[in-house]
Design a protein around this ligand. Structure first.
Ligand code: GDD
Ligand code: MG
Length: 347
């Protein structure tokens, strides 16, 4: 069975981080999420992937290629224009197996797909949607189910008071290729707003199955931060390349911590990082590979990607920096989300 990973969205809510990068390539625990996702699915027996891409497709192709570096096979379904979630699946039709898995690539999860597949096999539907329960369903696709698990209603991003339940589309589906006959070709179509409601109306067999395990959509800055704090707090695990050296302190290879530096757990610091004397890092700091932090820097609740440079005596709190951002000395930054392509702060 193949897995189709939807990875073509614009990632507008994560801008400027996604200004020159597809959202699923955002680093999670110092590695592009898409790589973690492929490895996670590979561990569950999936070896063939189709990537539905558009926005900065080359970034993905350059990094993952044919998949051999991860021990899988990857093919690409490239969209000239954005086709929407259903249009992207239709566009990949020729590359798909009769039964396939669809995954929104911006979902951080630790989910076993076996129960979902079993449920799908036992119910003979055309689609089985993985469901998860959330406090506020208004940001998601919300479902109403009957006792058998059949979906009676699917409402994408309802008003708070109109949500039929707190069970939402987790962005993981098992689908039969047969279902694709209901999606028009070469057209922008949303699976959530058009295809699912249509299949439900025609009573064609759309089921929902609750999935267990950690789940988070990384699509907003707050959620992107939160999932990192959850990772550092051990609410879910990822195969990190950094080693835990003390409780809640992960360090990469050849990282130099200067004299008098205080690491306040939890912190995750990548490879070849240099931290100058008397800096205080953490709690909740994720520092990418090859970053350089000067002396007397303070950095808490902050994520920075590879090759960032922070000069002496700068204080960072609640910031997210894309690749290679440089911040001068003696700045005080709170809640700054920045990308080198958008702005470099010089001191
Ligand atoms: N190839 C391609 N083409 N991919 C797309 C397109 C497109 O036109 N539009 C979106 N995607 C990809 C995105 O890259 C992302 O991985 C996934 O489809 C979902 O898009 P989002 O933009 O992140 O949607 P959302 O988070 O608002 O809502 C979706 O996910 C929720 C779960 O997190 C919906 O599926 C909701 O129903 C669901 O609850
Ligand atoms: Mg999303």
């Amino acid at each position: 069975m193949k897995a189709l990973l939807l990875a073509g969205g614009l990632g507008t809510r994560l801008r400027p981080l996604t200004e020159n990068l597809p959202k699923p390539m955002a680093l999670v625990g110092n590695k592009p999420w898409l790589e973690h996702l492929i490895v996670h699915l590979k561990q569950q027996g999936i070896g063939d992937f189709v990537l539905a891409v558009k926005h900065y497709a080359d970034v993905i192709k350059k990094r993952l290629g044919d998949g051999s570096s991860l021990g899988v096979r990857i093919e690409y379904a490239i969209e000239e224009d954005l086709l929407g979630t259903a249009g992207a699946i239709k566009n990949a039709e020729d590359l798909l197996s009769d039964r396939f898995l669809v995954v929104n690539s911006d979902i951080i999860h630790e989910i076993s797909i076996i129960p979902l597949l079993e449920f799908h096999r036992n119910h003979n539907g055309l689609v089985t949607i993985g469901l998860t329960e959330v406090e506020d369903p208004s940001q998601y696709g919300v479902v109403e189910l009957d006792m058998s698990g059949r979906i009676l209603r699917f409402v994408e991003k309802p008003n708070k008071h109109e949500a039929p339940s707190r069970f939402i589309n987790a962005g993981i589906y098992v689908m039969e290729k047969e279902a694709l006959q209901w999606i028009p070709k070469h057209k922008e179509v949303s699976i959530e707003r058009e295809t699912f409601p249509l299949l439900i109306e025609k009573n064609i067999g759309v089921y929902g199955k609750t999935i267990n395990g950690y789940w988070m959509d990384m699509g907003t800055k707050n959620r992107y931060r939160q999932l990192h704090w959850d990772l550092l707090d051990g609410k879910f695990t990822l195969p990190l390349k950094e080693k835990e050296q003390g409780k809640g302190i992960w360090l990469g290879r050849n990282t130099e911590i200067g004299p008098g530096v205080l690491l306040v757990p939890p912190v995750l610091i990548g490879d070849e990082v240099h931290i100058g004397e008397r800096s205080v890092i953490g709690p909740y700091a994720v520092i990418g590979d090859h970053c350089e932090l000067g002396r007397h820097v303070r950095c808490s609740e902050t994520i920075m990607w590879d090759k960032c440079k922070v000069h002496d005596s700068t204080q960072l709190n609640n910031c997210i920096f894309g690749y290679g951002l440089e911040v001068g000395s003696r700045h005080i930054l709170h809640e700054a989300v920045m990308n080198r392509a958008v702005g470099v702060i010089q001191g």
